[in-house]
Design a protein around this ligand. Structure first.
Ligand SMILES: Nc1nc2c(ncn2[C@@H]2O[C@H](COP(=O)(O)OP(=O)(O)OP(=O)(O)O)[C@@H](O)[C@H]2O)c(=O)[nH]1
Ligand SMILES: [Mg+2]
Length: 298
């Protein structure tokens, strides 16, 4: 069997399960996940080095109709990953029929002339009959190279999916060292964990309005001190995020501190400040500064 290596862009609408899938395939939490749409903002590589191949999955932001500059940047990140890859894994929420949001993605796909694997996710929520109906519904939309039903959450049929990807990536030597699992560093992951805890505990506009910055990290003895800022884009959101008597921000801080400390295998002291940057999601310089514009020119 020839050794293979290649890039597989995991794309789809918000909430389809892209990050859950990438993490499951890589056996590690490399990207945060939540039930809020547009959780992922950056293209995040998950590298799986196996005996037969090195698979480089690119988790991408969910493609959607943008309302603000941030939304346009997120879509751009996903589109760039589609252009740069060897194979596209288009993941859909199998409980939903083909809809207008999917035409955005299909139109892009049609211009690219690349292998496209349709990954029908969340089949744990479907009866056999419903699943057959969905597969027929989606099969009629495009000539997919393959259609693979999975459950990313239950890790169902993922080996089959990997075998399919193997067929569509080129022969070649590994592209990254075998011990490298992601292209983003620890500080990025720390910020993302804080954002995930905010997403989990907040509703409506808040999840979309936050950005997290690591201001300072410093080790004293065996303890790691992290000084971080949470940016919101309206004054009213600051109060909600802090909560009555600081209850909300304290809960977020503890959730994040626990997970970061587990991840690093080290005791962590996390300090969180909340700061308002009015309307930052419509300001390209801020979006760039906060690290979400993966393809800016400078
Ligand atoms: N029942 C079920 N839920 C799933 C499955 N895969 C993902 N989910 C859930 O779907 C929600 C979204 O998952 P994510 O992995 O964050 O989705 P995403 O496509 O990365 O979303 P964005 O980053 O916002 O574009 C989470 O609540 C997951 O637990 C699955 O196979 N079955
Ligand atoms: Mg995601």
């Amino acid at each position: 069997m020839a050794y293979k290596s290649g890039f597989i862009a995991i794309v789809g609408r918000p909430n389809a399960g892209k990050s859950t899938l990438m993490n499951a395939l890589c056996h590690e939490k490399l990207a945060i996940m939540s039930d809020k749409p547009n959780t992922t903002r950056n293209n995040i590589a998950g590298i799986l080095t196996k005996e037969e191949a090195q698979y480089v999955f690119i988790d991408t932001p969910g493609i959607h109709k943008p309302q603000q500059a941030l939304g346009r940047v997120l879509n751009k990140n996903a589109y760039m990953a589609m252009e740069d890859c060897d194979c596209i894994g288009w993941i859909i929420d199998g409980t939903q029929s083909f809809g207008s949001g999917d035409t955005f993605i299909l139109d892009r796909i049609k211009t690219l002339h690349k292998p496209v694997i349709l990954i029908v996710n969340k089949v744990d929520r479907l009866s056999k009959e419903k699943m057959m109906e969905m597969l027929m519904n989606w099969n009629s939309q495009y000539e997919f190279d393959e259609i693979v039903p999975i459950s990313a959450l239950k890790e169902d049929n993922l080996l089959e999916l990997l075998n399919v990807f193997y067929q569509y990536i080129p022969e070649g030597i590994p592209l990254f060292p075998s011990d490298m699992t992601s292209d983003h560093d620890e500080n990025f992951q720390i910020c993302e964990i804080v954002r995930e805890k905010i997403l989990t505990r907040t509703q409506q506009e808040i999840p979309h309005s936050v950005a997290v910055i690591l201001e300072n990290r410093k080790s004293v003895g065996n303890k790691l001190y992290l000084h971080m800022t949470v940016i919101v884009d309206k004054k009213s959101q600051k109060g909600i995020l802090i909560g009555k008597n600081g209850k909300m921000i304290r809960a977020i801080r503890l959730d994040a501190q626990n997970e970061i400390s587990k991840k690093l295998g080290q005791s962590v002291d996390l300090e969180l400040y909340v700061r308002v940057e009015n309307n930052w999601r419509n300001k390209e310089d801020k979006i760039k500064k906060f690290g979400m514009d993966e393809y800016s020119d400078d």
